[in-house]
Design a protein around this ligand. Structure first.
Ligand SMILES: Nc1nc2c(c(=O)[nH]1)N[C@H]1C(S)=C(S)[C@@H](COP(=O)(O)O)O[C@H]1N2
Ligand SMILES: [Mo]
Length: 525
């Protein structure tokens, strides 16, 4: 073997040592996290910490570019960075085993700090998975690097593959890799047991019939045109926006909701059954995410079943600020540490603010907040729609900033009146003649009064509106277009029942929602 090849293969063995040690660290840490807390595993913790620290603009950019894949990409990024550093430390190890092993411990500290610093951290025990993982990796790296050092060779002499205990290294590395794989599978299995328990508890839930059923939808709310969003969004098609790297799977048997804080004269603690035993309302409500771009997909309508939140607040003795109540903010906390602040006045103004237990005829899907989530018609999700809720605290806007408010989003954020062209799709090639242009418009808790369309900046034409559903839902519209050859720009704008017509002033989602007219460019031949 030439000297160059030897040096190369020596470097490759070092890198392999690093990868094996890193792999062992993750396997051990993830297994330990099953015992401590699933969210305390280093990849989840570092990813969560990164999300917590992501500036509003970057988060917005990530959602826009990766959609719901943003979390997978983040985790791949973390593992890739880890692999690169592990290989570097592995290559360093045969020269300086102590320094390389100490380098591994630094990663353990990063993971531990991330895990204990997360809003859902339950204490210093969250550091255990990262610390144990790093210790194991440091030992693996140290011992395997010993096989790569020529016995009796002075440390300063150039590396050489000859005389190295290659066989010992390879056997050791494979042994560690195999053991790590075993532990990894065990961790996955144990996690799956927890998830299965939660799934079983969800499967036993029988939703009672509503005391107040959803108002019957008029015929013709759903135009059922090809390419047009259905009036009711199926659960599997409903957008999902949250910071959870792993979806919380709550076992409903142990779940409790606490209601307490300023001006609460009778604090409440409720079980899931307590909620089901109360009169339930069923309502069609359109939800929207503040991160939705003009024309974007983060809006959907479902038939929700839940308890009227105002009733619970009244029972607890809460009065709105307008009637002398000392709290103007309701802060909802989830099992994963999310905090969402909502104006108390809005929740008590008569709208159907819900603690929802059902979505389109089934218990909430885990992705959408099982067992219970909050919903306030007319407010963006990040200021109203806490999923996996477990605590409601009455406080003031002065005293407390919720999660996204700390990150520069507005403290109060009513949904903006908007409209979207669903069909034709951007850059569609169309045939000359009659084209159905259709979409949805929303102005929750106000209602949509009018939708207009214009072609190439010409006169606004009134679109046909579908029958009007409840005031908290979106409204479909359509317009028959006699398409002429060429490239054309279609634009849409809505007017709500307050008389407000959607502004053409373009605003980004930050800090309180996007604005502007949705436009679509098509080619007609
Ligand atoms: N626990 C928790 N609840 C949450 C969030 C979150 O990140 N964590 N995101 C909020 C945001 S920004 C929106 S728009 C809605 C989205 O609800 P969905 O995923 O069911 O559509 O949930 C809200 N509730
Ligand atoms: Mo959102």
């Amino acid at each position: 073997m030439s000297t160059r090849r030897k040096v190369l293969s020596h470097a490759a063995l070092g890198a392999l040592n690093g990868l094996v040690a890193g792999y062992a660290a993750l396997a051990v840490a993830e297994l330990a996290s099953v015992a401590v807390r699933p969210g305390a595993g280093p990849v989840t913790a570092v990813g969560g910490a990164a999300i917590d620290r992501t500036p509003a603009g970057v988060k917005d950019w990530a959602i826009r570019n990766f959609g719901t894949n943003d979390k997978l990409i983040l985790q791949l990024g973390i593992v890739s960075v880890l692999a690169l550093f592990a290989m570097a430390l592995g290559m360093l190890a045969p020269r300086s085993r102590k320094t390389a092993s100490a380098g591994v411990l630094v990663f353990g500290v990063v993971g531990a700090l991330a895990a204990t610093g997360r809003p859902d951290s339950t204490g210093v025990t969250d550091a255990v998975p990262s610390v144990v993982g790093a210790l194991v990796a440091a030992v693996v790296l140290y011992l395997l690097a010993g096989r790569l050092i020529v016995a009796g060779r002075p440390r300063s002499s150039p590396p050489s593959a000859s005389g190295v205990d290659r066989r010992g290294f390879v056997v050791g590395a494979f042994g560690v890799a195999a053991a790590s794989t075993g532990m990894g599978f065990l961790g996955l299995r144990l996690n799956a047991v927890g998830a299965r328990q939660a799934a079983a508890s969800r499967a036993t839930v029988k939703l009672p019939a509503p005391a107040s059923p959803a108002p019957k939808l008029p015929r013709g709310v759903d135009l059922k045109l090809p390419g047009l969003s259905p009036f009711t969004t199926a659960n599997r098609d409903f957008y999902r926006v949250d910071t959870a790297l792993t979806v919380p799977r709550v076992d409903v048997d142990g779940w409790k909701l606490r209601l307490h804080g300023k001006g609460v004269s009778r604090p409440l603690t409720l079980s899931f059954q307590d909620l089901l035993d109360r009169p339930l309302l069923e309502r069609d409500i359109t939800m929207t995410c503040v991160s939705n771009e003009v024309g974007g997909p983060y809006v959907g309508t479902a038939r929700w079943l839940g308890v009227r939140l105002a009733d619970l607040l009244h029972e607890a003795g809460v009065r709105p600020p307008s009637r002398g109540g000392p709290a103007d903010q309701l802060v909802a906390r989830s099992v994963d540490g999310m905090t969402i602040g909502t104006p108390v006045e809005t929740v008590l103004d008569g709208r159907d603010a819900l603690l929802a237990v059902g979505m389109n005829g089934e218990p909430l899907p885990f992705e959408h907040g099982f067992p219970v989530r909050m919903l306030v018609p007319g407010l963006f999700g990040y200021v109203s729609a806490c999923k996996w809720i477990q605590d409601i605290e009455l406080t003031t806007f002065d005293a407390y900033d919720a999660y996204w408010v700390k990150r520069d989003w507005a403290a109060e954020a009513p949904i903006k009146t908007e409209s979207r062209i669903d069909t034709p799709k951007p850059f569609a090639s169309l045939k000359v003649g009659s084209v159905a242009v259709a979409g949805v418009a929303w102005a929750q808790h106000k209602g949509v009064d009018r939708v207009e369309i214009r072609i190439d900046g010409g006169d606004w034409r009134q679109a046909e509106l579908a029958a009007e559903g409840p005031v908290d839902t979106w409204r479909q519209w359509w317009w028959q277009w006699d398409a002429k050859p060429g490239t054309h720009t279609l634009e849409v704008r809505a007017t709500d029942r307050t008389g407000y017509t959607q502004t053409d002033a373009r605003a980004r989602p930050i800090p309180d929602g996007a604005s502007g007219w949705h436009s679509v460019v098509v080619t007609v031949t």
